[in-house]
Design a protein around this ligand. Structure first.
Ligand code: NAD
Ligand code: ZN
Length: 239
C-alpha cells in the first residue's frame, strides 16, 4: 500500500466506479447484505433473463419495489462529494456506476455511464422502444408497449447479459490517471476486473469500502469505512 498523499490536478483524467455501497447510506440495501440475498430474493429468481421468461410477474413486482425505494431515497454525502469532484475536473471526470437507483443523477453528477441500466426505465421486448416507469401504469402487473403491445421489461442488465457502454468504459480505463472504486464488493464481473486493468495501464488506484474486497491487491490506496463519511474528507485532501 502506497502511503503518499494523492493530489489531483484539473488536467488529470479521473474515473470513478461505484457500486451498491455508495447508496447504502441512502437506505438502499446492498446486494450482499450478509445473507447473499437481494431484498429477500435469490438473484437468479429476479435478476436473470431466465427468471423473466419463467415468471415475469414476480420480476416486475420486484423491480417496481426497487423503483419505489429508489424514488423515495435521497442522495447522501458520498454522492454529493462526487458532484464536487466533477465540478473541479469538468470533462476529465467520468463516473461509471453499477447502481441502478439513479441517485448519482439526482445528486447532480453529469458524466455518468449507467453500466447496469436504471430502475426508472424499461423497454419493449419486441420493438425496443424505451419508456420511463413514471409514464406507464404501475397498477398493471405486466405492462405492455403502447406502440406494438409487446411485453415491457425493466431496463436492467441482468446476470448473464452484457453490460452497457463497455467500449466507452474500456477507453476510459485505459486513459485514466486515477481510478477510484467505491462501495463495491469486487465480485460482480466485468466491473470487478476494471481496477486490475487500470493498475496495469499505470493509473493510481484508490478504493473505499466498508470492508476489504476480494480484489484489494490491485489498489495503491485503500480506505475502510463508509463512503458518506470518508469521501467528503478525502476529496478535500485530493484537490
Ligand atoms: P455489493 O452489494 O456486492 O457490494 C456492496 C459493497 O459495499 C460491499 O462490499 C459492502 O461492504 C460495501 N458497503 C456497504 N455499505 C457501504 C458504505 N456505507 N460505504 C462504502 N461501502 C459500503 O454491490 P455491487 O458490487 O455494486 O454489486 C451488486 C450488483 O447488484 C450490481 O451489479 C448492481 O447493479 C446491483 N445492485 C444495485 C443496487 C443499487 O442500485 N443501489 C443495490 C443492490 C444491488
Ligand atoms: Zn413495442
Amino acid at each position: 500500500m502506497n502511503m503518499e498523499i494523492v493530489k489531483i490536478n484539473p488536467l488529470m483524467k479521473v474515473t470513478v466506479l461505484t457500486g451498491a455501497g455508495i447508496s447504502a447510506e441512502s437506505g438502499i440495501k446492498t446486494f450482499r447484505d450478509g445473507d447473499g440475498l437481494w431484498e429477500n430474493h435469490k438473484v437468479e429468481q429476479v435478476a436473470t433473463p431466465e427468471a423473466f421468461e419463467i415468471n415475469p410477474e414476480l420480476v416486475w413486482d420486484f423491480y417496481k419495489q426497487r423503483y419505489q425505494a429508489s424514488v423515495n431515497a435521497i442522495p447522501n454525502q458520498g454522492h454529493y462529494a462526487l458532484v464536487k469532484l466533477e465540478k473541479a475536473l469538468g470533462s476529465n471526470f467520468k463516473l461509471i456506476t453499477q447502481n441502478v437507483d439513479g441517485l448519482h443523477h439526482r445528486a447532480g453528477s453529469r458524466n455518468i455511464l449507467d453500466m447496469h441500466g436504471n430502475v426508472e426505465r424499461c423497454f419493449c421486448t419486441k420493438c425496443r422502444k424505451h419508456f420511463k416507469l413514471s409514464d406507464i401504469d404501475m397498477n398493471v402487473r405486466l405492462p405492455l408497449c403502447s406502440d406494438c403491445h409487446g411485453l415491457l421489461r425493466p431496463d436492467i442488465v441482468w446476470f448473464g447479459e452484457i453490460p452497457y457502454h463497455l467500449d466507452a468504459i474500456e477507453r476510459l480505463i485505459l486513459n485514466s490517471n486515477i481510478f477510484i472504486v467505491i462501495g463495491t464488493s469486487g465480485t460482480v464481473y466485468p466491473a470487478a476486473g476494471f481496477v486490475m486493468t487500470a493498475k496495469y495501464k499505470g493509473a493510481v488506484t484508490i478504493g473505499i469500502n466498508l470492508e476489504k474486497p476480494h480484489n484489494i491487491d490491485y489498489f495503491d490506496h485503500f480506505y475502510v469505512g463508509k463512503a458518506g463519511d470518508l469521501l467528503p474528507e478525502l476529496i478535500k485532501q485530493w484537490l
